[in-house]
Write a protein that binds this ligand. Structure first.
Ligand code: OXD
Length: 308
């Protein structure tokens, strides 16, 4: 079987599989016409569209990104099976989110700015993750993995998802109870996918319910935030700050006010980047393609109606 492999994914030789390397900046090789599978590691929609147009025999797409909105946006015919990569991103996004939360508590962003100016100054007050109430909005595998680490550090964690209950002792609420909990929250961590239901859900109404000490952290999708509303809340001092790995658009324009705000930490959509990623991608693909070769169901089948 011929399989297109995008970007920097390195897969070992596998019997019965022929890899066709495809790259957004290079012409597509003619063999893509016969490709039946596609392994994707990119969020570049134009490139994905080009690949799909060039490969009429495609039967399945495996995306290795955490979000799958760029694939769903293509409205592919039903006969093309779509798969995501469960367990690939949890550990990595957890570490990045923790880094953001620790930066907020220990003011690393402020101290780094001071270091550049050669300035010795103690910017009180410092914080801690211990005893803070962290609300994880979009409580899936990444949320669960983050909650475990935060609990070890002594945080109180609540999750928000579509069904309420207890998940490994973490209380889970639905958006029906959300408004009641928001005024108690120290950190609102967003790990939401991009679906029609999540677009712009962090808006003025939600921001109005957050206490002044609250930080918003977004490692999900930028379009879940109504960015003008967030900017206004930050400028008015209505909330303490925002740490954003995702935003709209990406890259954020150079003249956007976020860049120069002391209470905003920006990272350029890197929550999943790691020196472990390549190994993890390889291990995952070997498992999933092994399943494909032996006729077992592949892991991570995407439910189109759910949006992930
Ligand atoms: C994502 C990723 O989907 O970086 O955001 O994997």
């Amino acid at each position: 079987m011929k399989v297109m492999v995008s970007g920097h994914v390195e897969l070992p030789a596998l019997s019965g599989m022929e890899w066709i390397k495809v790259h957004p900046d290079r012409p597509l090789p003619p063999e893509v016409q016969e490709a039946e599978g596609l392994v994707l590691w990119t969020l570049n929609r134009d490139f994905v569209r080009r690949l799909l147009e060039a490969a009429p025999n495609l039967r399945w797409i495996q995306t290795l990104t955490a979000g799958v909105d760029h694939v769903l946006a293509m409205n592919l015919p039903e006969h093309i099976d779509l798969y995501r990569a469960p367990n690939l991103h949890e550990e990595l996004v957890t570490e990045h989110t923790l880094a953001l939360l620790l930066s907020i508590a220990r003011k690393l962003h402020v101290l780094r700015d001071q270091q550049r100016e050669g300035r010795w100054f103690v910017p009180h007050p410092f914080g801690s993750i211990h005893s803070k109430h962290v609300l994880i909005w979009g409580y899936g595998n990444i949320g669960r993995s983050l909650a475990q680490v935060l609990q070890v550090l002594g945080a109180r964690v609540t999750g928000v998802r579509t069904s309420a209950g207890l998940d490994d002792e973490v209380p889970i609420i639905t958006t029906a109870d959300f408004e009641r909990v928001l005024p108690e929250v120290d950190h609102l961590v967003m790990v939401l996918p991009s679906t029609p239901d999540t677009r712009g859900v962090l808006n003025q109404k939600v921001l109005d319910l957050l206490p002044e000490r609250c930080w918003v952290v977004n490692v999900g999708r930028g379009d879940a935030v109504n960015q003008p509303d967030l900017l206004q809340a930050l400028q008015k001092g209505q909330i303490a700050g925002a740490a954003l790995d995702v935003m709209t658009p990406e890259p954020l324009p150079a003249d956007h006010p976020f860049w120069s705000m002391e209470n905003v930490i920006l990272t350029p959509h890197v929550a999943s980047q790691s020196d472990r990623l390549q190994t993890k991608m390889r291990e995952f693909m070997l498992e999933n393609l092994g399943r494909l070769s032996s006729g077992e169901p592949m892991l991570g089948r995407i439910e189109r109606s759910r949006g992930y």
